[in-house]
Design a protein. Structure first.
Length: 402
């Protein structure tokens, strides 16, 4: 059988040492996205390798799937992607940035096209274990690292999701061949039972509020406000005549700094009616702060915020959480997070008063009632006992009838 002639794109070359190489040179069509012309200019050891490379190049350029080699690094890709997250709140953007940080620390200098599934699997394994995580540094400076506490699935999975979203964009831009993050298994999430107060515990807590200068804050927390909403609330947001409260400003911690801004979402901005008890607590707080202002004189800071110290200074949100823990300890009730007071509000509305989930969702500032039911409405053990009692009542009635 006669030997097949080489195509014009392949040249057979004999080197000075006598070895034979096959040089492939071919230009593709200008890419519609990158506006660049893909080129193949490479030598191969065998004719078969050269023919295969030429065939693959022509096939991929014809389909528009050919990806040209790029020097874009993981660090640069992350920086560009984060810069393109327009419209995100500072806290959300910080979550994205912090979520991707381990990847940037480990593989920041690696070309994004060289990132493989094994790199991500190894990173996930190390994050789960914790300890010293190697950090990418410039060549010649050696290897350094820093200690990380073990990460849980609730932190690792978002990291993989952020990366998958970033790689999807690069895939559309023709920067990578495939999305390696989509190949990595997500970790199973162990659902931790949420701690909420029972009605008895809430009553016990309320009994101690008379001696607490932050009683109005805890009333607001048990009314379902987020910590950021508590800390951002101003007296001008409260209408004592209409008996309403307007929630539109938050103060949250972002990368260690307190940032004041809008609410978490559009539905989080809401106007709620004030209960008589909450109205009384807020009026008592205005009187208390007026006395404190007179006592402090010029030293009093007129911030206009509801949650302030005796000198009118706004509390750091973490400090408010610390005072909440102290209030729980003083009342002799179990210690739950300040955010769990919000969960308590939704749970008691549902279990004790049969408030429709749609109303609970609106009260808490959620857009999705399913999210409210799944995340903020929790069962309580004593309610299961009531369910068992109801079963007993009808089975006992059936037995009596027999």
């Amino acid at each position: 059988m006669p030997r097949q002639q080489l195509p014009p794109q392949i040249k057979k070359i004999t080197l000075k040492n006598g070895k034979v190489r096959y040089h492939v040179k071919e230009n593709g069509r200008v890419d519609s996205i990158t506006k660049q012309r893909p080129k193949l200019d490479k030598r191969f050891d065998t004719e078969k390798e050269a023919r295969d490379a030429l065939r693959d190049f022509q096939y991929q350029t014809a389909r528009g799937t050919y990806v040209m080699r790029s020097t874009l690094t993981v660090e640069q890709a992350c920086t560009n992607w984060l810069a393109g997250r327009h419209g995100l709140r500072k806290s959300a953007k910080a979550a994205y940035r912090n979520g991707l940080q381990p990847l940037r620390d480990r593989h920041g200098g690696m070309p994004i096209q060289a990132l493989e599934k094994r790199h991500l699997d190894e990173l996930v394994t190390d994050l789960m274990a914790g300890g010293v995580v190697p950090v990418h540094v410039k060549e010649g400076r050696g290897v350094r690292g820093h200690y990380r506490r073990p990460w849980r699935a609730t932190t690792i999975n978002p990291m993989l999701n952020y990366l998958e979203s970033m790689l999807n964009e690069l895939l559309k831009q023709g920067k990578v061949n495939y999305n390696v993050a989509a190949l990595v298994d997500r970790l199973p999430v162990s659902k931790v039972p949420m701690q909420t107060f029972t009605t008895v515990e809430v009553e016990r807590l309320l009994d101690t509020f008379a001696e607490d200068r932050l009683a109005h804050v805890w009333h607001l927390a048990l009314a379902g406000l987020r910590r950021g909403e508590l800390c951002g609330l101003r007296w001008t947001d409260i209408d004592f005549e209409a008996h309403t409260i307007n929630i539109e400003i938050t103060r949250v911690v972002v990368d260690g700094e307190v940032v004041e801004g809008g609410t978490k979402s559009e539905t989080s901005t809401r106007v709620l009616p004030l209960t008589p008890e909450l109205l009384a607590a807020l009026r008592a707080a205005t009187r208390m702060q007026a006395v404190e202002q007179l006592a402090a004189g010029p030293a009093y800071e007129r911030s206009g915020h509801v949650v302030v110290d005796p000198l009118g200074r706004r509390y750091h949100p973490d400090t408010v959480s610390d005072y909440w823990a102290a209030a729980c300890a003083k009342a002799g009730v179990k210690r739950i997070r300040l955010h769990d007071a919000r969960h308590t509000c939704g749970t008691l509305m549902h279990l004790e008063h049969n408030v429709p989930v749609a109303i609970i969702s609106a009260w808490l500032g959620h857009a999705d009632t399913a999210f409210t039911m799944r995340t903020y409405v929790h069962n309580q053990p004593e309610k299961l006992a009531l369910a068992a009692k109801s079963i007993s009542s009808w089975t006992r009635a059936k037995k009596s009838a027999q």
